[in-house]
Write a protein that binds this ligand. Sequence first.
Ligand SMILES: [Cu+2]
Length: 112
Amino acid sequence: MKAHIFIKYGISFLFALMLFSYGCSGGPKTAAKTYVVEIKDMQFIPAQLNVNKGDTVVWINKDIVPHDVTEVDKAWASPLLKSEESWQKVITKSESYYCSIHLIMKGELIVE
Ligand SMILES: [Cu+2]
């Protein structure tokens, strides 16, 4: 009997926590989004991407050769991404980046 009550209230508590978390994530206006940049045919696609502060960008390597994502001043860099591997970063400001293996590969994130 006691266990039954515990389970009942435990589930209610979890549900309340879920609602609370949802409420704290804010409305659609401030909800952070996730964008995907594909690395394909030796290019970042899209090469230019407009995001909002706090959005997440996921880079996915769709090539058969490894690539990385390196900030122009090397403030940050992804590990080497093999084929089908991905890496993500929360974006807080405009960033320019390139692939340190193939210097012609360039990309830009614009935070307005
Ligand atoms: Cu590359």
